[in-house]
Design a protein around this ligand. Structure first.
Ligand code: ZN
Length: 223
């Protein structure tokens, strides 16, 4: 049993006990001694049971995730047991090749947010997030390969894709953009394709970029 204090809705502090704390971090999966950083009264359940939200922090150095547990009480607030980890679902940040990170830091950030939206069931909006990540990847890639930034930012996205030298990258990026537009706009053209295809095409775009750039690097380094 862990003694804790929690805030009631009226602002007063109240004491109680938790029968258990989460022993595994939902973000990094490590077995942990969760650190409590706050606890608050939650709305009662349909069965009128008292409930509290307890906010935890993962002590693992590279994780430090914040998550919360919803606790219920059968015994008039004397102790609370963990009902569920009622959290925004955690998703590990995507681990892209160092080349992709070098080309575009913004791509990774936007892609991760789209992934977070998807894992939290926000399926109507995650597609345009993926599309936005693709746009940053492509524009930043062109700048990386020597195109003028001022020019690339002015161009329409589809014009940017046409500027890519490599046929494979161009082919998959173009199709990813088509599906990305469907995920963003009212009128849908590619009715037989969905989010899975969009993600697959973005992944292919990434893979082709990595292959092309790695090949260039070896060619240059080992003459
Ligand atoms: Zn963790």
């Amino acid at each position: 049993m862990e003694k804790i204090k929690y805030y009631k809705d009226n602002g007063n502090l109240s004491s109680t006990k938790l029968t258990q704390k989460p022993d595994k971090c939902p973000a990094c999966g490590n077995g942990i001694d969760s650190k409590i950083i706050g606890a608050y009264e939650a709305p009662r359940s349909i069965m009128r049971e008292e409930r509290i939200f307890v906010v935890f922090r993962c002590p693992v150095k590279d994780c430090r995730a914040i998550f919360s547990g919803l606790y219920k009480s059968h015994s008039y607030g004397e102790s609370f047991y963990l009902d569920k980890l009622d959290i925004m679902s955690f998703v590990k940040p995507p681990d892209f090749s160092p080349i992709i990170k070098k080309i575009s830091s913004k791509f990774r950030k936007i892609y991760y947010q789209a992934k977070l939206a998807e894992s939290n069931g926000l399926l109507e909006i995650c597609g345009c997030g993926y599309r936005r990540s693709l746009e940053f990847l492509i524009r930043d890639y062109l700048i990386f390969t020597g195109e003028e930034e001022s020019e690339i930012t002015k161009l329409h996205f589809s014009e940017c894709i046409k500027r890519i030298d490599d046929t494979n990258i161009k082919t998959v990026a173009q199709r990813a953009a088509w599906l990305g537009n469907d995920a963003t706009h009212y009128y849908i053209i590619w009715k037989d394709y969905d989010l899975t295809n969009l993600k697959e095409l973005i992944e292919l775009t990434i893979n082709w970029i990595v292959s092309v750039e790695m090949t260039k690097k070896y060619k240059k380094d080992m003459q």
